[in-house]
Design a protein around this ligand. Structure first.
Ligand SMILES: [Mg+2]
Length: 172
């Protein structure tokens, strides 16, 4: 069950304490896209997101790693001025693992941020990096993500029963 539990849990990407991450030695932030940065029916980042990433780019290396298609991910990454990996197939996420192995950072310097326990958190925990869960931005999901969300709810019930994680109880 521990593989589902994030190191940090916040409401959204705007509530994450990035200064704390920097002082913990985090240098590379790997963001999920759908329902983390944007709704699935949005095709460009919000003003709020642009502002946040402008700030983050000054203190961290920032990339988007998404299961979504290249054209969609590229569109966001280009506007935000960051690199991206598409089709990463989280939770396996081989392209992410390769990116990390080819980077100058070790595991303790990297954080994964996303809205899916089953995909983002399991992937980050498997890679041995810091994992940050946020609540999903919107209710709408792609069909596959929807099915995984149903499974996630069952897992979250078990986690709650075992006092490992409770939705809405944020922690840093
Ligand atoms: Mg997502």
């Amino acid at each position: 069950m521990e593989k589902y539990v994030p190191d940090i849990y916040q409401k959204d990407i705007y509530n994450i304490k990035y200064k704390n991450l920097a002082s913990r030695g985090i240098k590379l932030l790997i963001f999920d896209l759908d329902n983390t940065i944007a709704l699935i029916n949005e095709w460009s980042p919000s003003e709020e997101a642009i502002k946040l990433f402008k700030k983050l780019n000054k203190s961290f290396e920032v990339i988007i790693a998404s299961n979504s298609v290249k054209q969609r991910v590229k569109n966001f990454a280009d506007t935000l001025g960051i690199k991206y990996l598409s089709h990463v197939k989280k939770p396996k996420g081989l392209p992410i693992e390769e990116y990390i192995n080819n980077s100058k950072y070790n595991q303790s310097e990297i954080a994964m941020i996303g809205d899916s326990m089953m995909d983002d958190i399991v992937c980050g925990n498997r890679l041995g990096i810091t994992t940050i869960l946020i609540d999903q931005l919107g209710k709408r999901e792609y069909p596959l993500a929807y099915l995984r969300r149903r499974k996630e709810r069952k897992i979250q019930k078990r986690l709650r029963d075992n006092n490992l994680f409770t939705k809405g109880r944020y922690y840093v």
